[in-house]
Design a protein. Structure first.
Length: 332
């Protein structure tokens, strides 16, 4: 029975030793993942910085602090109220991109680097936006981002943190200002639409007037060319008639006869109530009388016809004078 007691005690000791060895191995062997860094303290003092891979620690002497992420970190901070230069309170939502470059400085130079970056972003944002009015703050995001990044990167450099980018997610003015801005933009769009409509109407009227002017010019040119062509045609026709008359060599009697045949055409038409006999009809009648006298061979008849023609010519001249024809009176 004594032997059984010794065997049990030995088994317990061996089990305790096995557990101790396992614990020592667990605390001695550590694996650091990629893009991570570990800070090792030996007896409470900084000893070294662990990189990715397998490492050995001295159990109960070395202590591994929580691992630090070396990748670029994106932190979105809650909206912060900021007063602009024109005394308007706007709510600005920021996003900061930063990366740990010195794990030792990020561990021992600052207690909570994320909170520190947030507070530094808030104060810097208020300083930058406080010197701008609302319109400049809404339209100068790149300028604000650049100023914030410069100030944050300079301040966080001693903490082992590099700020790569700072972005403004949203700039929300008060609701009353938003309503005023919407009304202003609506009025501006209405004004632009009215200007564009007026410009379109103006251009349309100008083009219409230009088209009408060009059409009138072309119509006038067409009429002028047509008149010239008609005049040329009439001139050629008159020239041909004139050439034909001169080629035929008509005598005085034929011309007088043709003249008398033309006289009845003067009285054609229902609206003619007054017929004025030209003063030249006497000369035409004398020519006709002479021609008839020569044709009949009777000298006395010819003389009588000539006298009658002269009387008719005189009467015609009187008729021309009665018809207010000064030219006929002069010819008589």
């Amino acid at each position: 029975m004594f032997q059984n007691g010794n065997g049990t005690a030995t088994g317990i000791v061996l089990a305790v030793l096995a557990i101790f060895v396992i614990v020592v191995l667990i605390r001695s062997v550590r694996i650091i993942p990629q893009a991570r860094a570990g800070i090792v303290e030996r007896l409470g003092k900084y000893q070294r910085t662990l990189g990715p891979g397998l490492t050995l620690l001295i159990p109960f002497v070395d202590r591994l602090l929580p691992l630090l992420d070396l990748r670029e970190t994106v932190v979105s901070f809650p909206p912060q109220p900021v007063i602009t230069e024109d005394n308007l309170v706007v709510s600005i939502d920021t996003v900061v991109y930063f990366q740990i470059t010195e794990p030792r400085a990020a561990t021992y130079e600052i207690a909570n680097y994320i909170q520190a970056v947030e507070q530094l972003t808030t104060t810097t944002l208020r300083n930058v936006v406080g010197g701008l009015n609302l319109e400049e703050a809404l339209t100068s995001r790149d300028q604000i981002n650049g100023q914030l990044r410069g100030v944050l990167d300079e301040a966080t450099g001693k903490w082992g943190i590099r700020v790569s980018r700072v972005e403004l997610k949203a700039i929300d003015p008060p609701l009353s200002i938003q309503d005023s801005m919407e009304k202003q933009m609506r009025a501006e769009r209405d004004r632009r639409a009215a200007i564009l409509t007026a410009e379109g109407t103006k251009q349309s009227q100008i083009l219409t007037a230009e088209g009408q002017r060009q059409a009138a010019i072309l119509a006038a040119e067409g009429d002028a060319k047509a008149a010239i062509l008609r005049a040329d045609g009439e001139a050629q026709a008159i020239q041909k008639v004139f050439d034909a008359i001169h080629a035929g060599r008509p005598d005085q009697e034929l011309l007088a006869y043709q003249y008398l045949q033309t006289l009845p055409k003067i009285a054609e038409g229902t609206a003619n109530t007054l017929w004025i006999i030209p003063s030249e009809v006497g000369d035409a009648l004398k020519g006709i009388g002479g021609a008839l006298g020569n044709f009949g061979g009777v000298g006395g008849a010819a003389a009588t016809s000539g006298a009658g023609a002269k009387d008719v010519a005189g009467n015609a001249g009187n008729a021309g004078t009665t018809g207010n024809n000064p030219a006929g009176s002069a010819n008589s």
